[in-house]
Ligand binder design. Sequence first.
Ligand code: 0RA
Length: 622
Amino acid sequence: MEGLEAVRKRPGMYIGSTGPRGLHHLVYEVVDNSVDEALAGECTGIDVTLRADGGLTVVDNGRGIPIDKHPKLRKPTLEVVMTVLHAGGKFGGESYKVSGGLHGVGVSVVNALSTRVDVEVRRDGFTWSQRYELGKPVSQLTKGKATKTTGTTITFWPDADIFETVDFDYETLATHLRETAFLNRNLRITLIDERELEPRREDFKYAGGIIDFVKFLNQNRETVNSRVIYFEQTGVEGEVEVALQWNKSYSDNTMSFANNINTHEGGSHLDGFKNALTRTINDYARRQNILKEKDANLSGDDIREGLTAILSVKLRDPQFEGQTKTKLGNPEMRAFVQQAVTQALAEYLEEHPGPAKEIVKKASAAAKAREAARKAREMTRKTSLLENSTLPGKLADCSIKDAALAEIFFVEGDSAGGSAKQARDRTFQAILPLRGKILNVERAGTHRALSSLEIQAMITAMGTGVGEEYNVDKARYHKAIIMTDADVDGAHIRTLILTFFYRYMREALDAGYVYIAQPPLYKLTAGRKSSYAYSDNELQEQIKLLPEGAKYNIQRYKGLGEMNPKQLWETTMNPETRTLLRVDVEDVLLAEQAVTDLMGDQVEPRREFIQAHAKDVRFLDI
Ligand code: 0RA
C-alpha cells in the first residue's frame, strides 16, 4: 500500500497545488467527509473554526469514524482512515458520496500534509481521541468520557514546509461553505473565525436549497420571472435538481454540480440541460406563434442570456474528466437530465404563460442584438481589410512572432502609453494605449460593447475573437499586462478592463494570460543611492536599513507619467526586475459576485462592497 511519504513528496498530485488553493483544499477534504454523512442522512450540522493558533477544526454530528478493529489491518478503523491513502470511504455504502477529481482523496492526505492532527470521535457511548504528527500516530487511540452524542472532530495544523502560505482566507472558505450549504438543503454549516479579537461567525443553512442559491445570485438584479423555477427527478441513473431564473443582464450564469462538486468544465449533465432548454423554449415559442414560420430558431446563447441556473445531479459512480477533473463524463446523465428538464420545463411554460412569454421575449431580443452585433463585426472586419491591416493603429506591436514569448501592455492614457513605448523592449513587448475609462461592458449589451473603439482595439490586438468565436490558440500574446496608475482612477480602469476579460475572454483568464503590472509606490533616495518600494511595508523596511541618522527623501509616485522611460523599464516592465500579478478566476462565484456588485446597475451593493473593502485601499487621491 502506498505510504503517506508519497503525498509529502508530491503534494500537487493529491491536492492540485501547494498554493492557497491547495491549502483550502485540505479544509474541503475534511468537510466533504462530514457532508458525506449528511448525504447519508446521518449528519445535520458542521462547525468550521479558524483557530487563533493557526489550526482549523471541523466538528460534525455524524456517526463518527468507526473505532473498532479493522478486520484486515488489525488496528482501529480510525487509524486506517487517517493513515492509509483512499481508505476514507464508507466501505461499500449505498449512499452518494462527494468524490472524484481532486475531491475524495481522503483525510489521510490532510494528515500527511499537517504538522499535527487531533481527532476526537464520539461513538458507542464514549469519546475517543488520538493525535498524529506529520501523518504518523503519536498516541494510542484513547477512550475518554462517556457521551450520548455521536460525531467527529478533526483539528489540523497545515505544514508550513509544504505550503506557500498557511493563512486560511475567511472569504474563500465562506464562499465555498455557503455553496455547500445551498447544495445540501437544511444542512447547517457554521464558520467561526477566532483569529481576530472579536470572533466572527456566520451560519449557512438554506431551507430552499438551490432555489435559495439562485435567489442569492440574483439578489441584486432585476428578474424576468419573479419566482424561481424549480424541479427535481429521481431515476435509476441518480437524481437531478434544477433551479432557474432569468434576470435583465446579458450574461449566462449557469453553474453545474455533480455530487456537490462544481463541474467548472461542464460535461454530460450540462449538455443534456442545455439541449433541453434550447429545444423546449423554441418549441413553446413556435406553438405560441411568437416565433413565426419564417424566423430562425433561437440559439442556446440567446436563450441563456441573463439566465441564472443551478443544475445539481447526484449519481453513484461519477466519472470526472478534463484538465482540472471537473467535467462529468458519465454518458447516461445526458439523456437522463435532458428528459427530466424537457418534461418539467414544458409543463412550467404551459402552466405559467405570463413569465413564459417574458422569457421568450428576452431571448428574441438577444437574438436580434446578436444578429446586429454579427453584422457590426463583419463590418469591422471588412473595413479593416480595406485598410490592409487588421491591427489597431494605436498598437505599437512587437517584432517577435512567437506568441508564447510576446507580451502586450494595456496602458492607461496616451502619455503613459508614450513613455511605455520608449521604455519597452520592442522585440517582445507591444503597447496598446487606451483612452481613459473604457466602456463598462457589464452595463452594456453585446452590440454596444463590440461597437466601442477601445474594446475593438483590444480584441483585434489580442487576435482571439470574443465570446463563442473565441479561440485561445489564436492569442497573439501569452501575457496581457494591464498597466494603470496606482490611484483610484487607475484601479477603476483596471476593473473595467478585467470586467471585459471576464465577460468576453474568460478563457484568457483561465489560461493564465492576464496580468497586472505592479508599478512602485515610492522612490526612496538617501545620498546618491535610491531604491523603489512597492508597498508601505517595503518602504518602512528600506528606511530601517538606512544607516542611523541618515537623511532621506521619499517620492510618492501617483502615476506612471511621473517616471521617466528608464525608471518605468527598471521598475515595472523589465522581466528581470519587475513583479507581475497573475489574475486567475480562483473562485468563479466570488469573482462573479464581485463583478456584479461593482459593475452592475444597482448602487447599494457597490456601496456595501466599497465599505467592506475600504481598509484594503492604499491611497485615495480625491
Ligand atoms: C468510515 C465509515 C463510516 C463513517 C466514516 C468513515 C466517517 C468519516 C468522517 C470524517 C469526518 N467525519 C466523518 N464521519 C464519518 C460509517 C460509519 C457507520 O457505518 O456507522
